[in-house]
Design a protein around this ligand. Structure first.
Ligand code: ZN
Length: 216
């Protein structure tokens, strides 16, 4: 893809790491067990877009779900990062929506196939402006999503099964984290289908960070 510059920063996006089932209430709503280690998958960086881009519903799915998530942008290279040092590697923070073709994902799960298709369509990863990480209390931030004015998802980062320092430490045991890598940190309960014309508004701590997208 052409370079995707993270809104509000000069960083160009690199890998997009995502965490599955990081809030117990969301794992439960999809009848999934609560994991004993973080569930990791990737989205292609071609799925990234800004909030000015209309979300495109792929014709091969009839059940695309929203998953609002806190997104971390990594600011420097790190491997085997200690939890107590994790904050130093976070450049900035934003909101994102991990759109998921649930019908395609469900079939993939049943067959033991990867989730890349279900998670990877163009415009399936809109992100907000990013703000400096020092401005956010990672252990206690409210995260919300409304669709057409009705609240659908509402959670707090204190309910994460794996805290942000734990996620960074864990991911960096596997991958070398690099500047511009993004980490989608998982979604609270309330995921549901979107349809053409829907207006989605995500917010962190009322309006410390906002992300507004429309489904085309
Ligand atoms: Zn997700």
């Amino acid at each position: 893809m052409s370079k995707f510059i993270l809104p509000g920063t000069t960083l160009s996006a690199n890998n997009v790491f995502c965490i599955g089932r990081n809030y117990a209430d969301h794992a439960k709503e999809l009848n999934n067990p609560v994991p004993s280690a973080p569930i990791v998958f990737l989205k292609p960086n071609s799925s990234l877009c800004t909030q000015d881009t209309p979300i495109v519903l792929p014709s091969v799915s009839s059940d695309v779900h929203h998953e609002v998530e806190l997104v971390l942008a990594i600011g420097k290279t790190g491997k085997n990062i200690k939890e107590e040092d994790a904050q130093d590697f976070i450049h900035s923070v934003g909101l994102g929506i991990d759109f998921t073709a649930r019908d395609i994902q469900q079939k993939a799960k049943e067959k033991g196939h990867p989730w890349s298709v279900a998670k990877g369509f163009d415009t399936f990863a809109p992100v907000s402006n990013f703000i400096p990480s020092q401005e956010i209390d990672f252990s206690n931030s409210d995260i919300q999503l409304s669709v057409n004015g009705s609240t659908r998802q509402s959670g707090n980062t204190s309910d994460m099964l794996f805290s942000i320092p734990k996620l960074i430490a864990y991911l960096s045991t596997i991958f070398t984290l690099n500047e511009g890598d993004l980490i989608f940190t998982g979604t609270p309960a309330g995921v549901a289908a979107i349809k053409s014309g829907d207006v989605l508004k995500a917010s962190l701590n009322d309006s410390q960070i906002t992300l507004d997208v429309q489904v085309s």
